[in-house]
Design a protein around this ligand. Structure first.
Ligand SMILES: Nc1ncnc2c1ncn2[C@H]1C[C@H](O)[C@@H](COP(=O)(O)OP(=O)(O)O)O1
Length: 213
């Protein structure tokens, strides 16, 4: 017996609990077989009205004469994880702010570096089985020879504690593995996937698929 095909859609969203930053909703939806079901959904309360993205992540490449290009990373204690994480610099988009402006502002605040935007992704989801949280990833170049970037100074808010870690782009995955092996730190999946992609691009760009079954 074949199931009737339906375009899945949301019927209603009921708020179960609201905090200052996060809310929990019960989402009632129709599945592709036409059956009505519910889902438990977490949402941020802070999404700006002018964008579908909650925040930005920043892939910032520090370029300096006579140095290897480095990715600017941040290490911080993340309360929901109960441990430190290794992430790209990131932050929430303010109302009436573009992703590009938010990225340069957050990069300056969290790392002290002044960068230049060279690319931006579409709105991307972060954990769609749990939350509607979204981000735009902004690619930024930093001229490390610029006098403003020689001794960068963070501009952290009260309660913000961020350690800046520079990792060379040509050994990105290896250096992440070394940081993680020291223990009690979890790497963000966007970071690790970017690192795997870099490894593929650097070391296996022309490998033939000889082992394909
Ligand atoms: N779930 C949450 N609980 C408590 N504070 C939160 C929160 N989500 C965000 N904040 C607050 C704490 C900081 O003042 C600020 C940090 O936001 P941000 O710097 O824009 O993003 P990120 O935490 O991704 O670096 O927002």
């Amino acid at each position: 017996m074949s199931c009737p095909k339906t375009e899945p859609h949301v019927l209603k969203e009921e708020v179960l609990a609201v905090g200052k930053w996060v809310k929990l909703e019960r989402t009632t939806y129709v599945d592709p077989a036409g059956k009505t079901r519910t889902w438990e959904t977490a949402k941020r309360t802070t999404r700006p009205t002018n964008t579908d993205a909650d925040g930005v992540g920043i892939i910032a490449i520090l370029k300096r004469t006579l140095h290897r290009d480095c990715i600017v990373m941040v290490k911080q204690f993340r309360p929901p994880m109960g441990c430190h994480t290794l992430e790209f610099p990131a932050g929430l988009i303010d109302n009436d702010e573009s992703a590009e402006t938010a990225a340069l502002r957050e990069l300056k605040e969290e790392t002290g570096y002044k960068g230049e935007v060279v690319g931006v992704t579409p709105v991307t989801c972060l954990d769609p089985g749990l939350s509607n949280c979204t981000t735009q990833i902004v690619m930024v170049n930093i001229n490390g020879d610029d006098v403003e970037n020689v001794n960068p100074t963070q501009q952290l808010g009260e309660g913000e504690f961020v350690e800046v870690i520079l990792l060379p782009l040509d050994e990105f995955q290896k250096k992440i593995d070394e940081v993680v092996q020291k223990g009690n730190i979890v790497v963000d999946s966007k970071v690790y996937i970017y690192a795997m992609g870099m490894s593929q691009a650097f070391f296996k760009p022309n490998e033939l698929p000889v082992l394909k079954q």
